[in-house]
Design a protein around this ligand. Structure first.
Ligand SMILES: *[C@@H]1O[C@H](CO)[C@@H](O)[C@H](O)[C@H]1NC(C)=O
Ligand SMILES: *[C@@H]1O[C@H](CO)[C@@H](O)[C@H](O)[C@H]1NC(C)=O
Ligand SMILES: *[C@@H]1O[C@H](CO)[C@@H](O)[C@H](O)[C@H]1NC(C)=O
Ligand SMILES: *[C@@H]1O[C@H](CO)[C@@H](O)[C@H](O)[C@H]1NC(C)=O
Ligand SMILES: *[C@@H]1O[C@H](CO)[C@@H](O)[C@H](O)[C@H]1NC(C)=O
Ligand SMILES: *[C@@H]1O[C@H](CO)[C@@H](O)[C@H](O)[C@H]1NC(C)=O
Length: 768
């Protein structure tokens, strides 16, 4: 493996052939300096239109890798290895970057392909029409994409012949044997020329009129699967396994569902042998961590076996540990992230990896006895498959299969074992790897490109609108600051506009598909629901939501302490807005978690019967508790960092500043700032942000890995430092006060938890 791309000084990686004559000379000197023989030379190394990299300089064993920009691939070779006698195979003089081609689409039967060409290159578009009497299924136009695939799906021209199964068509580049489509009839595919068949080469017509498996595809050596494709195939399958709330739906091809007591064992192997570039390993590592951290959104808690391997196995996480006291998520992440890859990783022993998985499985079976039947096993492998030690892993895979399958009947057994192969590296041994992929319901073999962002792919796994029961779920990354990414990060944020004599703009938070929580002071006496609008872009372009009604906290009374010297009194400054129609729940519009609900206990992973007090203990327990709230700025919002002062002393110091606010003429700060408020701001220890005009009504929240929980509502502050909004820092005296939601639970529960109405689905609140 090319584990040394990154330790090689970057200027040496540039690969622009012109510079290499003096670099080569320098390299040789360096080599000789440490008495390493200089085996290969850069004379004649060129890749017209592209570049190249070396894994270990010019030493024996180094790999020369050609690279090209998107839409091109290195030809005639991808790589050469440096042996003592020089480059192997010998360098070609015509090495260059060639335009990506897509497999031949003219294999379609009973129709026309326009234009009809010998070869089809990236960006070429084709259209498909059927002869008369035939109808078209699939795409009528397809474009050749930079990854070597056609967009859309295979066009098929067929006529109703009364066969049990429909004509399965012929994917581009393939030829098909078998033209009868009755029960038990088989069709068999082969790919022409150097194309590799990915998927199963045979499909059988079943009684239900469906073909078994999925359509195979013909790949060139440079064809790869995009992050989106992986997300759709692998993502959906694994989501199905790890989330049981889907158990009611029966999706195509999926028969069994995990019962709550079922167990999922995930075995992951990452190839770190020399032929794998470090970036792939790093990508795989990030993806694993992302997957593990997602567990707050899973309804089953998987057990993990994680190994890195070359000629040896480095077991980073032992699955047997999960059968005692479960290791903490952070310790698992730490182990995966901190594993150091040494530099003696010659050889790939894929056999040993499966052997290790098999041994672990055997011990689990012995320990769990009867319950082993309810275990589902998922093996995920990142490798180029060039195994050169230990022999073929196929017999071991066969034993694993029979161990798992023997517990189940014919119809369901395949649901209990999946082997996913993520083929990584420059030279992939497809022929060795493909037979190892296994499982029902879609593709299990993926070819990855160097820069495929597996991270986001794995992050996308739990995202769809069908994940309704999960308040506060959001995307972990915030890499691009466009509006959509921001919405995915803060899917619950809404803007509230009250048109009245004195129009007001506030923030609010979606707390269910029908309700928005905001501040009571956003409304004035006499405001009516038709003057109120709520903005949340749950579907593109669909922003403004109509309001059915709004309800202020019954104890909110701004003039209640006027005669005590408090001009404006903001206790109980909360309100709920009921929308006329449900917001469409998705990755960009999803409720935040609020205190004392069952969903929040689940998000906090409190087990058994939990209480409000337990939640408060987790959320608000430090002397200074780190919280956030939002401010509206283009393209959507920005996050403000604050610390709530909760310890007696720090809280007293904090609320004392209220005495300096305009309109407050009392000496006891607890008169304007009751125990119902959280206090933030100031600059000792941490320079907090302050609330600005327009931030009112917004959520004060705490973020966990993938869940957000609202603990307060932005209410008022001692100073008006920023009437134009934005991210503004606190000064010595400015403080903000937010309603602590734990103090207004009866109000929230009376409306959101009301099960005596048919207007909306009530939220399940805790008993106490
Ligand atoms: C080839 O890789 C090198 C090193 O990563 C990079 O600097 C160069 O831009 C790449 N060339 C092309 C054409 O992608
Ligand atoms: C297909 O793409 C190639 C390369 O860009 C181009 O030369 C050719 O004209 C295209 N053919 C058609 C029919 O568009
Ligand atoms: C697991 O759950 C199913 C149904 O929910 C039940 O029939 C089965 O007995 C349970 N198994 C164990 C070992 O608890
Ligand atoms: C991948 O995910 C990790 C967290 O799991 C994050 O720290 C890292 O920045 C992400 N990398 C990319 C390239 O998105
Ligand atoms: C997440 O993983 C940790 C560590 O394995 C485990 O203790 C916890 O129960 C898991 N949570 C869920 C919701 O599965
Ligand atoms: C608000 O408080 C004042 C002073 O206690 C009282 O006179 C007034 O009736 C209250 N208003 C409402 C709507 O309760």
């Amino acid at each position: 493996m090319l584990s040394h791309f990154q330790s090689f000084p970057s200027k040496f990686n540039m690969g622009a052939s012109v510079r290499w004559s003096w670099l080569a000379a320098l390299l040789c000197l360096l080599c000789m300096g440490v008495e390493v023989e200089c085996d290969c030379s850069l004379d004649n190394v060129r890749n017209q239109g592209g570049g190249f990299m070396l894994s270990k300089g010019l030493k024996t064993g180094s790999m020369l890798v050609f690279n090209c920009s998107e839409g091109y691939y290195p030809y005639p070779k991808f790589t050469h290895i440096c042996y003592s006698k020089g480059w192997d195979p010998p360098l070609k003089t015509n090495q260059r970057c060639k335009l990506v081609e897509c497999p031949d689409p003219t294999v379609m039967q009973n129709g026309n392909v326009d234009p009809f060409e010998d070869k089809y290159y990236v960006t070429n578009t084709t259209t498909y029409t059927c002869y008369s009497g035939y109808t078209l299924r699939g795409s009528s136009t397809r474009t050749c994409l930079p990854n070597g695939k056609w967009s859309g799906s295979t066009p098929i021209c067929s006529r109703d012949s009364g066969n049990t199964c429909a004509d399965p068509g012929i994917p581009p580049g393939a030829s098909r044997m078998g033209n009868i489509f009755e029960i038990d009839d088989k069709v068999k595919y082969t790919c022409s020329g150097d194309l590799i068949l990915v998927g199963q080469n045979e499909r059988v017509c079943q009684e239900n009129g469906q073909w078994t498996g999925k359509e195979p595809a013909c790949y060139y050596k440079y064809t790869f699967d995009t992050a989106l494709e992986i997300s759709e195939e692998f993502g959906n399958a694994i989501k199905d396994i790890l989330t049981t709330w889907q158990s009611a739906n029966t999706q195509e091809g999926r028969i069994i569902r995990m019962s709550k007591n079922g167990t999922v064992n995930i075995y992951i192997g990452v190839d770190i042998s020399e032929s794998i570039d470090q970036t792939y390993v790093q990508r795989a590592r990030e993806a694993i961590v992302t997957l593990m951290k997602k567990n707050s959104s899973f309804t089953v808690s998987p057990n993990y076996e994680i190994v890195f391997f070359s000629s040896e196995i480095y077991e980073v996480v032992n699955i047997l540990d999960f059968f005692g006291e479960k290791p903490s998520l952070s310790s698992l992440v730490e182990k995966v992230e901190s594993f150091e890859i040494g530099d003696k990783n010659t050889g790939t022993n894929l056999y040993a990896v499966f052997k290790r998985f098999e041994e672990r499985m055997a011990i689990i079976q012995e320990r769990t006895k009867e319950k082993f039947k309810e275990h589902r096993h998922i093996i995920i492998l990142f490798t180029d498959g060039a195994y050169n030690m230990g022999g073929s892993p196929e017999p071991t895979v066969a034993r694993i299969k029979s161990r798992v399958y023997s517990n189940h009947d014919e119809q369901t057994k395949e649901e209990y074992l999946d082997i996913y192969i993520f083929a990584i590296g420059v030279e992939i041994s497809d022929a060795d790897l493909q037979p190892l992929a296994l499982g029902t319901g879609g593709k299990h073999y993926f070819r990855l490109k160097h820069d495929t962002n597996l991270n986001e792919t794995f992050d996308d796994i739990i995202d769809e609108r069908d994940v309704v029961g999960l308040c506060g779920l959001h995307k972990g990354y915030d890499t691009t600051a466009d509006k959509i990414s921001k919405r995915k990060r803060y899917p619950w944020v809404v803007f509230v506009i009250v048109q009245g004599e004195d129009p007001k703009r506030c923030l609010g938070s979606l707390v269910s598909s029908k309700f928005v929580l905001t501040a009571a002071h956003c409304f004035q006496f006499g405001d009516t629901p038709d003057q109120v609008t709520v903005e949340i872009e749950d579907r593109p372009g669909n922003i403004v939501k109509k309001v059915k009604t709004f309800i202020l906290h019954p104890d909110y009374n701004i003039t209640a302490k006027k005669d005590q010297g408090v001009d404006e009194f903001y206790d109980y400054d909360v309100a709920l807005i009921q929308l006329q129609d449900d917001v469409d729940i998705s990755a960009v519009a999803r409720p935040i978690c609020i205190p004392c609900t069952q969903e929040t206990s689940d998000a906090l992973q409190l087990v058994g019967v939990s209480t409000c007090a337990q939640q408060e203990q987790v959320l608000l327990n430090k002397q200074r508790e780190r919280l956030s709230f939002l401010t509206k700025t283009a393209p959507l919002v920005q996050e403000k960092d604050v610390f709530a002062k909760l310890g007696d002393n720090v809280r007293n110091t904090c609320i004392n500043k209220a005495l300096k606010a305009e309109g407050i003429k009392v000496t006891d700060p607890t008169i304007p700032v009751t125990k119902n408020f959280l206090c933030t701001g100031g600059l000792t220890e941490h320079r907090d942000h302050v609330a600005c005009t327009g931030d009112s009504g917004g959520a004060v929240f705490k973020t966990f890995e993938y869940r957000t929980i609202q603990v307060g509502v932005v209410s008022w502050g001692t100073q008006s430092l920023c009437t134009a909004g934005g991210l503004v820092e606190s000064n010595e005296d400015s403080r903000d006060f937010h309603i602590n939601l734990f103090r207004v639970v009866p109000f929230l529960k009376s409306i959101l938890g009301d099960d005596d109405q048919d207007d909306y689905v009530p939220i399940k609140f805790l008993k106490d």
